[in-house]
Design a protein around this ligand. Sequence first.
Ligand code: SF4
Ligand code: MG
Length: 320
Amino acid sequence: GGFLDRLKFEKGRLRAPRRVVRAVNGVSFKVKEGEVLALVGESGCGKSTVAKTIARIHNPTGGSVRIQGEEIQDLTPRQLLPVRSKMQMIFQDPYASLNPRQKVRDIVAEPLAEQTGSWSQAHEKTEALLARVGLSAEQGGRYPHQFSGGQRQRIGIARALSVNPKLIIADEPVSALDVSIQAQILNLMMDLRDEFGLAYLFISHDLSVVHHIADRVAVMYLGSIVETAPRDRIFAKPRHPYTRALLSAAPSLDPAKKPKQLELSGEVPSALNLPSGCCFHTRCPFAWERCAAERPVLQDTGGGQEVACHLLDEPQREIA
Ligand code: SF4
Ligand code: MG
């Protein structure tokens, strides 16, 4: 079995057919040009696996990853170089993701130098990139440990921007930062989106952050997308029981706008031992026999919303 099975990323479309694989199965969503798609779910649900597989930091052992029509899963590191100019990644921990022995100007120039083979050409752009994220040319001569967490995330953003990507995969980019700094970094990311026509795949467990920045939201549970919808729709009308539980339990959301409390039973099952059928059936208050026997697929429910739940076929089972 593959780590990821037939994951596709085509013209901003990522899809995987339903087949049980180890960490991620049944992932299907689009990232349109200039769009912020938030991928949400509890830790361990496979969000980072999806991110790293698209970015080819993880290599899927099977299946396919496509970006703008090009298969990238079998490309060698050298063949991947031009793909890296289309998508870049920003990481959660700006401490661990920057080389401590590299000066900031080299950190920022590196992806472009890899593309062009010319450090001097790449360095010509560095000052403008640093300025764009709010850092001085003089700061480019320093090392990562001389910066705060927020500044380091700015460095990571400048580095990602250096190759003019169309897509930035941001894995929990602000969750390690103080709340006041979070807003600054999010606002910077949104400004850059408008300026450069960037799309973001924004991975987060923080629903108030997601509400702030996302155009669309995809909810993951145990390696599957269970619901996807435009931001306002999913917050106002979540359909999947897991989405409803997640929203109703979010401490940071306005209580008046939360769905009715939905109590979940049991623990999150191990990703190595996925439940049969709907992988949420061990915790879902509405589960019945069919849920353990048959895996629900994402169905279009209108308004750009897709939900993977058998309740769509048998809504009378839902207790008001
Ligand atoms: Fe719950 Fe069944 Fe829907 Fe899964 S398919 S979310 S177990 S009602
Ligand atoms: Mg993660």
